[in-house]
Ligand binder design. Structure first.
Ligand code: ZN
Length: 133
């Protein structure tokens, strides 16, 4: 996810003033790291895009804060629907990962209660079998 070149983002963002008419904003987040990851999702799909406000956090406090948040734009408006679908799918995957909680489980061999993230019983070493345990 982190292969994209920051240098190329800087070059492209200096051109954005001229081309903005046909471009489309597809993602905004307070955290630049999320915007960079979203850009990598689009980079993987070969959708040309760039980050706006990447270096704007130093102006926070002088302009309304929402205007200083990093934004991800696609160069072609025709790419925006597909870009949003890809970002939605990426966010859904992230959320699914975060929502996964592991229930504590009781060892079927010794009866000990184990933390949900344990793959085997801490007490007797029996490996958790999700089907029988
Ligand atoms: Zn056990």
């Amino acid at each position: 996810m982190w292969f994209c070149s920051v240098a190329s983002i800087k070059v492209i963002s200096s051109l954005n003033q001229v081309q903005q008419i046909n471009m489309s904003r597809v993602f905004v987040d307070e955290q630049l790291s999320w915007v960079i990851q979203a850009k990598c999702v689009l980079d993987d799909a070969q959708i040309p895009c760039y980050i706006k406000n990447e270096f704007a956090s130093s102006t926070a406090g002088e302009v309304p804060f929402l205007e200083t948040w990093p934004e991800l734009w696609v160069h072609k408006q025709t790419d925006s629907i597909r870009a949003k679908q890809l970002i939605d799918a990426w966010q859904a995957t992230l959320k699914a990962t975060q929502d996964t909680t592991f229930e504590p489980w009781k060892c079927s061999q010794c009866g000990e209660l184990n933390e949900g993230n344990f793959a085997l019983c801490w007490s007797c070493g029996k490996v958790l079998d999700p089907i029988t345990d």
